[in-house]
Design a protein around this ligand. Structure first.
Ligand SMILES: [Zn+2]
Length: 374
């Protein structure tokens, strides 16, 4: 989707990204440790030492999350499900699949790998804190204990049987396996995920009234995020079913109006956007497709420069777009658009433009089919 944030690196073709929102959570965890955990458990610890240990504890916590996501990713790879990237963001981590697993057993194994990894990590850190207690400085022992403890909390949280949590995915896989109905199974775990999200938000409110403003707010936001994900999880399955076996040529706009790359923006606005009321035009030079120009790209150019700016100056060139062929599955195309963060893609056959497909077209298609019950 949006490629905002930092790239930490890549492992076996899987990009590891750090969304900027992650820093908020990192600072919050360090703050909580330094102001509450260490002062309350280790009286008399110098403030500087508490802050250093807190940074260490928070780093190990996020490494744990990264390893949890890697467990998902490697399990997915074993099962031939492609993972495009792992992202750390404000609410934790996400191993983004290019496509949802097609078999219940795959989903069960992939979802289960994360909590299993966290359980191992929790055991290792708690074990180390126990074994090394006599030889370690008190504070370091506290760090090990804390990281072990949060890993166990991660296991418990992730095993809540509501989508999109790992436990929800595992339950869905089980229901799907026994009923053969992916959509119904998803609806059940999505509802459970939504209930859990409301419980979290409600608890957050109670925590705020109890005086824990920051923690309460975090719970409310996590609840809101889960609610959204639970809803969209069901929605994506409905999409997948509504679109299965439908080639994109059934949905695309054929013979779209096109524009020459040398046309000025003023002309583009007056003669193309206003007259045709499309928000996007393929750009063609001597019968060859060279790019796409969209209305929001015009907006980024100041009005008094429209006369002298040409379509070719602002269009997205063909190389950056990614294309699809007419017989590609519409669901795959939708996934490709979501993955690339694009609203539209050109459809090409033998290097020739035959149509254009937008997310809106695909969603509308599914809506119509649902309305007609076909
Ligand atoms: Zn997980």
């Amino acid at each position: 989707m949006q490629r905002q944030g930092l790239t930490l690196g890549a492992y076996k073709g899987i990009r590891i990204g750090l969304d900027y929102s992650w820093f908020i959570m990192f600072v919050l965890v360090v703050f909580m440790l330094a102001r509450y955990f260490f002062p309350q458990n280790y009286e008399g610890m110098p403030a500087l030492e508490a802050w250093i240990l807190s940074v260490l504890g928070a780093l190990l916590f996020f490494v744990s999350i990264l390893l949890h996501e890697f467990a998902h990713a490697l399990a997915a790879r074993k099962r031939n499900v492609e993972i495009s990237e792992i992202i750390l963001f404000i609410f934790g981590g996400l191993a983004r699949m290019k496509k949802e697993p097609e078999r219940a057993s795959d989903e069960f194994v992939i979802a289960g790998a994360g909590p299993l990894c966290s359980l191992l990590l929790g055991g290792i850190f708690l074990g180390l804190s126990f074994i090394l207690e006599p030889v370690l400085r008190e504070g370091l022992h506290g760090v090990l204990w804390y990281v072990g403890y949060v890993n166990i909390l991660l296991v418990l949280f992730n095993l809540v049987p509501g989508f999109p949590l790992d436990g929800g995915r595992m339950l869905r896989a089980a229901l799907w396996h026994y009923s053969g109905n992916l959509r119904k199974s998803t609806r059940i775990v999505s509802s459970m995920g939504q209930i859990f999200a409301f419980v979290l938000m409600f608890t957050g409110v109670l925590v705020i009234f109890g005086g824990g403003l920051i923690v309460g707010v975090v719970w409310i936001f996590v609840g809101m995020f889960l609610l959204q994900s639970a809803k969209s999880g069901y929605y994506m399955v409905a999409m997948r079913e509504g679109l299965s076996g439908i080639p994109v040529q059934k949905i695309m706009t054929t013979n779209p109006s096109t524009v020459h790359p040398d046309v000025s923006l003023r002309n583009l606005v007056n003669e193309y956007f206003f007259k045709n009321r499309f928000s996007c035009f393929p750009v063609m030079r001597r019968g060859e497709f060279v790019g796409l120009v969209e209305i929001n790209q015009v907006k980024s150019v100041e009005r008094d420069k429209w006369e002298f700016t040409r379509v070719s100056d602002i269009m997205t060139p063909r190389e950056e777009l990614g294309t699809v062929s007419p017989d590609t599955d519409a669901y795959d195309v939708l996934m490709q658009m979501i993955d690339a963060g694009r609203g539209r893609l050109p459809v090409l056959e033998n290097d020739e433009l035959v149509g254009i497909i937008s997310r809106k077209d695909i969603l509308q298609f599914v809506e119509f089919r649902e309305a007609l019950g076909t």
